[in-house]
Design a protein around this ligand. Structure first.
Ligand SMILES: Cc1cc2nc3c(=O)[nH]c(=O)nc-3n(C[C@H](O)[C@H](O)[C@H](O)COP(=O)(O)OP(=O)(O)OC[C@H]3O[C@@H](n4cnc5c(N)ncnc54)[C@H](O)[C@@H]3O)c2cc1C
Length: 355
């Protein structure tokens, strides 16, 4: 069986991002790479969105940038601007195509469907398959979205609705998310932050139809694409081992309070590429510990007080928009953290600290 210098287990977002980063920086000219990926074909299956707080390799896969967003409660709305850090959406179909086309140019990179097809004896492994504890107590961000098209102009494509809490909460945390790609096209997602033990929240199609037809008051539209997923808002069990680095969700790149992962994956890939010549001895790349702590407290508050969360998210955005974006994208300094923390309802956060 063939041996490779590097093996990437899982050719999804993190695995392909890493292979691409190594390839374009010419780190694979004299090294071999195996990518283990069981999926039969690459096609659009996700839309990755985030505030662009740092650069990445995929600007040409961006479907749209926005400089405005809103947070909506039944009784009030925040309209916010983000010119410093535009909100971007990446089309995974374009992302996969761009990377696969580039990797095909290098004969040292070979895809396999199963890890049993190669020898791992002398390989340095980058693993992106998460090991997740299936525990009913864990909180997930689970969601379903549809892209719809209308015949006539309907959407204001200059502003996204990041969180619309004006919907059924069912004793949980629930919001709709709308990304208008044009005046006639938008992605509309129903999103829950909850334990996944309650199947009654998964009537996603009905929720979306009701939101579009009765809340947005749009009766005629065509569904052109659908995506569904669940992001674990808890850390995976994957452990760091000798000659192995976990990447992506498996590598703890998800911010637990938001589910945002894409840009953290890109930063991790850059870090690995910079250290690839001495990767066995490189320090582990992590999202700063302060966010681990703050996110865990935040999730404890969410678990105990779901009914308060719409108001808490809304209050968070009473700070300067730039500060909140930096905080949610792990780029905030101490004073910026403080400015968010002091806006949170003190008693429930203090109680959560001692649980
Ligand atoms: C639908 C959806 C939308 C999301 N939207 C956003 C967003 O807007 N913004 C954001 O920041 N984050 C988002 N996320 C979170 C995160 O960015 C994505 O989950 C991202 O794909 C994580 O990258 P990954 O490489 O860790 O996992 P994946 O992209 O899932 O890649 C893992 C790969 O491993 C393969 N695999 C599985 N089992 C094996 C095995 N046994 N051996 C080998 N390979 C295997 C899979 O086929 C897959 O290709 C979203 C997640 C989902 C599910």
């Amino acid at each position: 069986m063939k041996d490779f210098d590097y093996t990437i287990i899982g050719g999804g977002c993190a695995g392909l991002s890493l292979a691409y980063e190594l390839q374009i920086h010419k780190k694979l000219e004299n090294k071999t790479l195996a990518i283990i990926e069981p999926r039969p074909e690459y096609k659009k299956d996700k839309t990755w969105s985030f505030w662009k707080v740092s650069s990445h390799n995929f600007d040409d896969c961006v479907k749209k940038n926005w400089n405005n967003f809103s947070i909506n409660l039944p009784s009030k709305t925040h309209h916010l601007e983000c010119y410093d850090y535009p909100y971007q959406s990446i089309d995974s179909g374009l992302f996969y195509k761009k990377i696969i086309d580039e990797l095909r140019k290098n004969k040292n990179i070979i895809f396999f469907k199963d890890i049993k097809e190669i020898s791992l004896k002398n390989s340095f492994i980058f693993n992106s398959v998460p090991s997740l504890k299936t525990d009913d107590d864990n909180i997930w961000q689970h969601f379903c979205g549809v892209e719809i098209e209308t015949k006539n102009n309907f959407f204001d494509d200059g502003i996204i609705n990041l969180m619309d809490f004006d919907c059924e909460q069912r004793k949980s945390v629930h919001f709709f998310y709308t990304l208008p790609y044009s005046k006639k096209k938008a992605l509309i997602e129903t999103t829950w932050l909850s334990k996944m033990d309650d199947n009654s929240q998964k009537d996603y199609d009905k929720q979306i139809q009701d939101y579009i037809e009765n809340h947005l008051n749009l009766k005629k539209y065509k569904i052109t694409y659908k995506e569904e997923g669940a992001i674990p808002l808890f850390y995976p069990l994957n452990k760091q081992e000798k000659n192995k680095i976990n990447i992506g969700t498996a590598g703890g790149m998800t911010r637990l309070s938001t589910g945002y992962t894409f840009l953290n994956i890109q930063e991790h890939c850059k870090y690995i590429r910079k250290n690839i010549e001495n990767i066995s001895n490189a320090k582990t790349f992590k999202i700063s510990k302060k966010y681990h702590f703050l996110d865990e407290v935040f999730l404890r508050v969410l678990e105990k007080n779901p009914e308060k969360m719409p108001d808490i998210f809304f209050k968070m955005f009473n700070s300067s928009t730039k500060t909140v974006i930096k905080f949610l994208s792990n780029k905030s300094n101490f004073l910026e953290d403080l400015s968010i923390i002091t806006r949170m309802p003190k008693s429930i956060f203090i109680r959560a600290l001692f649980k």
